[in-house]
Design a protein around this ligand. Sequence first.
Ligand SMILES: NC(=O)c1ccc[n+]([C@@H]2O[C@H](COP(=O)([O-])OP(=O)(O)OC[C@H]3O[C@@H](n4cnc5c(N)ncnc54)[C@H](O)[C@@H]3O)[C@@H](O)[C@H]2O)c1
Length: 266
Amino acid sequence: MDMSSEQGVQVPVAVVTGAAQGIGRQIAEALAGEGYALVLADIKEPVETLAAVRGMGAESVAVVGDIASEAYADALAEGVHKQFGRVDVLVNNAGVSLLTPAEATSVEQWRRVLEVNLTGPFLLCRALGRMMLEAGSGSIVNIASIAGLHGVADRAAYNASKHGLIGLTRTLAAEWGGRGIRVNAVCPGWVKTEMDAADQASGGYTDSDIVERVPMARFAAPGDIAQAVAFLADPARSGFVNGIALPVDGGWTADASWTSLRLRKR
Ligand SMILES: NC(=O)c1ccc[n+]([C@@H]2O[C@H](COP(=O)([O-])OP(=O)(O)OC[C@H]3O[C@@H](n4cnc5c(N)ncnc54)[C@H](O)[C@@H]3O)[C@@H](O)[C@H]2O)c1
């Protein structure tokens, strides 16, 4: 693990998983803009994100590996401790999608989605949470989904993983809130990223399916999610917010209108 920063950095430190692209990249840039040093975790080299946040003046390191691995999570935490001596924010953003009918989902597919989307965040919460507990402060933001709040067909493993992630969020909020650690989740609606492009390419849905369903008549932008994360990360702005699952969905989960009614209101 290459963490080439100087020992004992004084600026707040944020770990962002899945930082190589999409929502994770925007989160990293938003936190860099707020003065955090960044640890960028991804299964692939986050080359562009690293260049972007360094270009913004943020001290940053990349730690490449699989978040579903216990050894990786523990080594990442050890490296952060050694190089920075602190961790203020953990954003569990890395995730994988799976669009398959439940009856056609293999146990290998099911396990992998659960491993990446739920076990990985648990392992990082555990490893970095120990450092936060020792310091008596910290903020963890888990990127769930509106699929963690409602059922959506053809997503048994994905939706179960996101429901589980919200359950983990609430439990850790209850368990660690009294010791200074806040744990919250952000639940994006559909966001224009490579995950969306791949899901659409597999025939799952089209742009108009999503736009018609959302009261605000658009996809989320990665920046919409990043700003919600920046809010929840910052104790000055959200210091008494703990255990929420915040939809950032343009009103999707609030809206039980039928489609023709919704469209008549535009
Ligand atoms: N795009 C959407 O519509 C949408 C909606 C709701 C929630 N989300 C959630 O937001 C998060 C980010 O999604 P995105 O759209 O930016 O996806 P994306 O596929 O564009 O990016 C995901 C990133 O996570 C990394 N990653 C995947 N598996 C990993 C692993 N095992 N270890 C480490 N890194 C890994 C990938 O390399 C990639 O850089 C995910 O948790 C996703 O479930 C996305």
